[in-house]
Each structure stands twice: as C-alpha cells, then as structure tokens.
Design a binder for this molecule. Structure first.
Ligand code: ADP
Length: 566
C-alpha cells in the first residue's frame, strides 16, 4: 500500500517540477496533467501523502500483531503459572494457560477474582501474610517464597512463588511466577516423617545406638540410651568426637588382635558383624558391650558409615565371671573331696581288715563255746565289718571315677560292650539272660570307664529281673539323625545309648533318687548291693559331658538312656 502511494507521489510530483530529474516524473508535464485530470498538482500530492501514511499504519499494525502473538505463545507455553498484577491495586490483569490448568479457572474467571481466593485464606496464607513480600517486590526487590494455594475445587497445594516487578507494555506490573511444588513438598514431608519415626524408634530402643563416619571415626548421631548408658547429659558431648575417644577413652583406633574394631571390620568385610568389647563410660566405669555393627554404603557400594547397636552385657559378664569362678572352686572342692574319700576309704580298709579278721577268728575259735548271746554278737560284728568293707570298697570305686581319668579316645563301642559282657559272663549264663545289641558307633570315650558303665547297667538289668527270662537290648544312634527313638527333648549333637530290660521296673517317683550315692530301693536280703552302681554310671557319663536318665514303671521293665556328646 505505502509502495503504491510512494510511486504515485513520485509520478505526480513531476508535474510541479519544470525540468524533472527523476523517473517517472520526466515523462509528465504539469500543464498537460492539469488539463487531462482537471485537478491541481498540490491536491494530488496531498492525496498521495495520505495514502502513504495509511499504508505505513497498516504495516505497523501487522508488526504489532505479530509480536503480540509471539509474546502470547511464549507466555502460554511457560511451565509455571504466571499472573500479571496491577502494581497499585493488586488486581489480576492476565494469566497464562498453565495458571488455568493449575487452578482450574478460565482466564476470564481469574481476571475478575481477588488473589485471596486462590490461597488457603487464613493467615499467613492470605494477602495480609504476603504483604511483606508484596511490598518488597513492588519496591524492586524480587521475592521467592512458598505458599499454600487453593484451586477451583478447594484442593490445597504447595506452590513456590517468584514475585517481581516488571515493565510490560510500558507500564509497571507485578509478575507472579508460580510453581507447583506439592510433590517435592510431600516427598520432603514424608522424608521428615520417616526421619522423625526413625528417631522415635532409635530413642525408644533399650540398646545404645550410634552412627559413625568411617573415614573420620567421628560420631554422627547417638540415641537416648547411649547417653544414659555412658553417663552423658547431651548429645553435643559426644557427637563430632571419635568413637575411640568417647567409648574407649583413647586417642588412637582399636588395634587387633587385642581389640578388634567393629568399624574397621565392617569396612573390610562390608557385612554385619557382632563383637564383644569393653567400653568406658564418661566417668571411666567399665561397660561390657556386645557391639552389633551394620555398614551403610553409598551408591558405589563403599561403606561410608556404620551403625553400632551396643548391648550392655555387663551384668551377664559379671554373672559369667562369677560362674567361672564358682566352677573352678567347685572343681577344686570336688577334687579335694574325691581325694579325701579316696584316702579315707583306702586308709579305713586297713584297720577294718584287722577288725573283720579278728572277728572272724573269734567266731571260728569260740563259736559254741560261749553263750548264745556271745555267738550272736560275734556274728553281728562279722556282718557289720563285711558290710562296712563293701561300702568302703564302693566308695573307693566311686572316687576312682574322678581320680583315675584316662584321656578320651575314639573307641568302637561294639568292642566295649563285648568286654562288658565277658565280665558278666557268669551271671548272664546263670540267669539265662538274652542280650541283644544293634551296631554301636565309635565315640570319644575313656574305654575302661565305658566298660564299667555298660557292666553296671546290664548287671542291674540281670539283677533286677522279673520272673520272666531276662531280655536286654542295647542300641545307640546319633541324636541329630534320629536313628534311635528319642523319648525326651534330647537335642544337640552326640550319641544316645539305650539299654532296655523286661525286669521289675522302677516307680517313676524314684527315677532321680536311684542315681544318688548309696540310694537303694530294696533290702539287702532281697537284692544284694551297696547302692553305688548308678551313682558311678552318672559320674562316668557326666565326666564325658553327657547325661543319664531312666524311664520306667513298676513291673514293666526299665529303659536307661545316656548321651555322649560329639
Ligand atoms: P544297687 O544295685 O547296688 O542297689 P544301684 O545304684 O546300681 O545300686 O541301683 C540303685 C537302685 O536302682 C537299685 O537298688 C534298684 O532298686 C534300682 N535299679 C537299678 N537298676 C534297675 C533295673 N534295671 N531295674 C529295676 N530297678 C533298678
């Protein structure tokens, strides 16, 4: 349009120039033009100028329209909601597409709304609460803050607001760029919640917990029990200090083999470990702890921190030490007792032999020569001396179980049983007993004592037989493989031996008493014996680390069990 106006202007302006110096005016003559067109050249020139102005305005309009379109599309493609406010009234002048998506209102609705309707409404999330930021932003100081926004449905969500003053279209405006940070905020809240939960859990633990940096050995965190156990009032007394400084009162790291540092071990192995350590409280008191250490790794798998859970085992340790002391004491006093029993029984035999010998001599020489009463008294002395001699011999046998110990060796129990049965040959034959056995294992034992054990138990089965033919079975098997029926809760590794008979049986009431020294359930005239046999069996089994017991009912036979560990 303006190009055409310019051409016309140039063409017609030639009429007023007597000698036209430029094309196309050189072809025209103003006089001829006035005659031909009937208009003054000035009029035509004015019309041409108007035409040029009009054309230029149109060009400008296109330019303005294009830049406005560009601005809008940029405005609408922003990923944050944008509000343009009037600086003085705060009124919403314009919003972008993201704002309408975020808040659910149409641009028209928003323009007629007060910004207060787009927030939670209560202080500090209202205009009053935002006043400080708004004032600063209006004064040219951009503001960044978090805000609790509200959409058309009343849903509240967290936003981050960037408030700044800007000149738009030549006017001062307040620009609010709003970002939805609900997810970030929710994740943050969840993180804080789990941290709070963790703190509560750790603080309510009865064990001391500490988190330690493996590069510096410095304590990062401790729980309440830690402070209590080690005698501190506040975590600032320990956090930031090295673990060896706080719990060991030393300036350097614990060094194996005397002191294995659980932290160093966790870094070395990368796995969880449990160590016993001696720690010291704030005032230097000894604390025995069982330290359970778990490594914490970074993304590359390097151990960066460790968690120590320290269980105070001081009381247990004291009890253990006391028990150890008592065990040593008990062993010593048992040994003394055994020696005493041995010496006494050994030494008593000598004078007793004299008493017994002379009483028998007296009986032989003067029987029938004195009165009847004297014969009776002499026979009491002879019987008493014999009985006493039996008891002393029994005592001697019992004491020898402890005093004559041979080292434990792997021995085939089939041969042990064979030797025991050879020793019992006469009574087996006399009683007509039927003795059966399964294949017996090889175990770590004192062979002589094991022969005695078998002999005592099988001997009793023959001695305490019922009217029927004695029937005795001997079996054995590993406890963990259940190769023999295990009647009680017998657990662990080892071998279980079972000796079963069809004799007179035992009242369960006496099933423990019969293993005590000199305890018998019968008169001597019914069944001979001293009541030492089962006490010896118990001592032998216990010396091997096993246990012995009986299961029986009166008149229904007895089953003796004993275990040998290994
Ligand atoms: P003793 O046989 O000399 O009496 P023991 O210590 O061997 O001494 O046995 C203690 C008691 O246990 C016996 O008096 C007996 O009553 C009872 N006893 C032991 N073995 C058996 C058995 N196989 N059957 C029944 N009773 C038994």
């Amino acid at each position: 349009m303006s190009a055409l106006g310019f051409l016309l202007y140039a063409f017609f302006s030639g009429f007023i120039v007597p000698v036209a110096s430029f094309f196309p005016a050189t072809f025209l003559n103003s006089k001829v033009f006035a005659v031909a067109v009937g208009l003054q050249v000035q009029v035509v020139r004015m019309l041409c100028a108007l035409l040029i102005t009009f054309g230029m305005i149109k060009v400008l309009e296109i330019f303005v329209w294009e830049s406005a379109t560009n601005y809008r599309s940029i405005f609408d493609s922003a990923n944050d909601a944008i509000f343009i406010h009037d600086v003085s009234t705060g009124a919403i002048l314009d919003v972008n597409r993201k704002m309408t998506e975020m808040y659910g209102y149409t641009p028209e609705e928003v323009r007629s709304m007060n910004v207060a309707a787009l927030s939670q409404g209560a202080y500090p999330y209202n205009q009053e609460g935002a006043m400080e930021w708004i004032t600063k932003a209006v004064n040219g100081e951009p503001q960044l803050f978090e805000w609790f926004a509200k959409d058309y449905s009343g849903r509240l969500f967290w936003v981050e607001v960037n408030l700044k003053k800007a000149v738009l279209g030549g006017k001062d405006r307040l620009l609010a760029i709003v970002r939805d940070i609900s997810e970030r905020k929710t994740a943050g809240i969840a993180l804080r919640h789990s941290f709070d939960l963790l703190t509560v859990v750790i603080d309510s633990m009865n064990d001391a917990v500490s988190l330690i940096d493996v590069y510096t050995f410095r304590i990062v965190l401790v729980n309440r029990t830690f402070l209590k156990e080690y005698g501190y009032n506040h975590e600032s007394e320990v956090v930031g200090k090295t673990c060896h400084e706080v719990t060991h009162h030393r300036s350097e790291v614990c060094v194996p083999p005397d002191d294995i540092c659980p932290l160093v071990e966790a870094v070395r192995t990368g796995t969880h470990s449990v160590e016993e350590h001696v720690h010291y409280g704030k005032d230097g008191e000894r604390i025995y702890v069982e330290v359970s250490t778990s490594p914490i790794k970074d993304e590359e798998g390097n151990v960066v921190q460790v968690v120590h859970v320290q269980r105070n085992i001081t009381e247990r340790k004291i009890v253990e030490e006391k028990l150890k002391h008592y065990a040593v004491e008990l062993e010593r006093s048992n040994r003394e007792l055994e020696q005493f029993a041995h010496i006494v029984s050994h030494d008593l035999q000598e004078p007793l032999r004299g008493v017994s010998g002379f009483a028998q001599l007296l009986s032989r020489k003067y029987k029938g020569k004195l009165d009847q009463k004297a014969d009776e008294y002499i026979s009491f002395i002879v019987n008493g001396a014999t009985r006493m001699s039996d008891l002393i011999r029994a005592l001697l046998t019992y004491s020898r179980v402890g005093s004559r110990q041979r080292p434990l060796e792997p021995v085939d129990c089939n041969s042990v049983l064979k030797k025991a049965l050879e020793n019992l040959k006469v009574s087996i034959e006399e009683s007509g007993a039927l003795v059966e056995s399964g294949t017996l294992p090889t175990v770590l034992i004192d062979e002589v004592q094991m022969i005695q054990l078998f002999q005592n138990l099988i001997g009793n089965s023959i001695k305490y037989r019922s009217g029927e033919q004695p029937h005795i079975s001997i079996t054995a098997g590993r406890i963990d493989k259940a190769s023999v029926p295990v009647p009680q809760a017998v657990t662990g590794r080892g071998v279980l031996f079972v000796i079963k008979d069809n004799g007179i049986g035992i009242d369960p009431e006496y099933s423990e008493r019969i293993f005590q020294i000199f305890q018998r359930l019968h008169r001597r005239d019914e069944y001979p014996g001293t009541g030492i046999g089962l006490a010896v069996c118990k001592k032998i089994v216990e010396r091997h680390g096993g246990r012995i017991w009986v299961e029986s009912e009166k008149g229904k036979g007895a089953t003796f069990y004993f275990t040998i560990p290994g």
